[in-house]
Design a protein around this ligand. Structure first.
Ligand code: CMC
Length: 439
């Protein structure tokens, strides 16, 4: 089959089957900005063929008005606002509001939204029993997957996906409870008592206090560090149809409840090619250890026979510097300065690794740049967050993106269950030989 673009007023692609000379017109759809898409919805009905695109490198799975990425230019916008402006000027809760409701909140809306979030941060007291069932050394992401899925067992009043009110309260609960669940997972790993949320604190400050306070000693939150964490959360809030978001959408397309869908998203995020990369970056930097060993690791990353990859480098969409990594690199310096850390060997190493990689033909030709996970771990580490919690931090920030995307999908009257097809390459029909199989 061949495909050519027509230049008619209603643009379309002409698909020609070279086997029999038959042709079909495939409509082209335009977004408000970004590449056009070829509408193949009628393809199977009309041609008897499916498209084949493992890894979805050329496939748009939905339409969305939340997030726009131009990977060639290194552009990321939420509801039209550049990520740089959001990170500089507003708080994470404002970005949550923006993603959920389409506009930045005015003063009254902000106050009401933050009040709602604060009043959903507590967990049901019975819920704490779940945590006590885990081994002390459980990975926090294992605990997060299970605990978030278990929320659906507690909120029967919020799982009717056809009710806009239920969907909204589920969204608020998830955004509000994620930091509490993550902090409890951490406290449990230490064997320390769980710390309850405080409604007068902001989102990031509340999380830091739940992590570091204990009944014998309260924790005074440094506003500069709370702001730095808040900015990291903004940078993770949404990223269009990545693996975990697509997982949430696919799970939700069957009508599953929102808590189950977000648990599925957390599971997908955990992988090292996705959100698990932030943990892997810190482990990699520690393994490299010093500048003199960078060339050895660069060579390994380039070796086809070695599965090692430079973690925190490369992206399916960005073929330019990830704008989030740029902001995070600057933020690293601010956090370290605030903490009076003049020399952080890991930041030094990361910057040298980046410099060497960006001069290397292998990385230049493949357009491999640092991504969001490359510098976030250095900030987390400076804030005292253990490496095993890094991907849970990503999950806290991304929850709003997942739930806003899920909301957008459910509210879309054109929603259908997600059901990809396949190219079958197994055995053709065959039959058992009862005599032979009896041997
Ligand atoms: N180190 C060394 N080589 C790499 C890397 C890397 N980090 N990333 C890609 N490549 C090479 C890859 O081997 C391939 O080379 P060739 O064309 O010779 O076969 C080429 O670059 C294209 O890579 P790909 O795997 O086909 O690209 P992809 O779009 O399928 O994968 C990726 C994107 C992010 C999974 C990949 O770049 C990667 O594994 N990076 C390291 C893990 C990481 O940092 N993940 C975080 C992603 S951003 C945040 C998030 O999504 O959570």
């Amino acid at each position: 089959m061949t495909m050519t673009q027509t230049t008619a007023e209603a643009p379309s692609f002409t698909l020609t089957d070279n086997r029999n000379g038959r042709s079909w017109e495939l409509p082209v759809l335009h977004g408000t900005v970004g590449p056009d898409v070829i509408d193949v919805r009628a393809l199977y009905r009309e041609t008897g063929c499916f498209t084949y695109d493992p890894g979805f490198t050329s496939t748009g799975s939905c339409q969305s008005g939340l997030t726009y990425i131009d990977g060639e230019q290194g552009i990321l916008r939420h509801r039209g606002y550049p990520i740089e402006e959001l990170a500089e000027n507003v708080e994470f809760t404002d970005v949550c509001y923006l993603l959920l409701y389409g506009e930045l909140p005015d003063a009254g809306q902000k106050q009401a939204f933050e009040h709602d979030i604060a009043h959903h941060t507590m967990l049901h007291e019975q819920f704490y029993n779940f945590f006590r069932g885990f081994r002390r050394d459980s990975h926090p992401m294992a605990v997060m997957c299970a605990a978030v899925g278990a929320l659906s067992a507690f909120y029967h009043d919020g799982t009717d996906i056809h009710s806009a009110e239920h969907r909204e309260v589920a969204a608020l609960r998830l955004i509000a409870k994620m930091p509490t669940i993550a902090a409890v997972a951490y406290k449990y790993s230490l064997g320390q008592p769980f710390v309850y949320p405080r409604n007068e604190l902001g989102y990031a400050a509340n999380f830091l206090r739940m992590m570091y306070a204990n009944p014998c000693e309260d924790y005074e939150v440094n506003p500069v560090l709370a702001r730095a964490l808040d900015r990291v959360l903004i940078l993770h809030a949404d990223h269009e149809q990545n693996a975990s978001t697509s997982t949430v959408r696919l799970a939700g397309s069957s009508g599953a409840n929102p808590f189950a869908c977000i648990a599925a998203g957390i599971a997908s995020l955990w992988g090292p090619a996705h959100g698990g990369a932030n943990e892997a970056v810190l482990r990699m930097l520690s393994e490299i250890g010093g500048r003199d060993r960078i060339p050895e690791f660069i060579e390994r990353a380039k070796d086809d026979d070695d599965p090692f990859r430079l973690m925190g480098f490369g992206h399916r969409v960005y073929k330019n510097y990830d704008p989030r990594a740029k902001i995070l690199q600057a933020s690293c310096h601010e956090v370290l300065a605030e903490l009076g850390i003049e020399n952080e060997p890991l930041l030094d190493l990361a910057m040298e690794l980046e410099r060497i990689a960006l001069e290397d033909d292998y990385f230049v030709e493949r357009k491999l740049f640092p991504n969001v996970d490359f510098y976030s771990g250095i900030i987390y580490r400076a804030l005292g967050i253990p490496t095993s919690m890094f991907t849970a931090m990503f999950a806290i920030g991304r929850t709003v993106g997942w739930i806003a995307q899920w909301q957008e999908m459910i509210a879309d009257p054109a929603m259908k269950i997600g059901r990809p097809r396949q190219l079958y390459v197994g055995e053709t029909e065959r039959h058992m030989d009862p005599a032979g199989q009896a041997d």
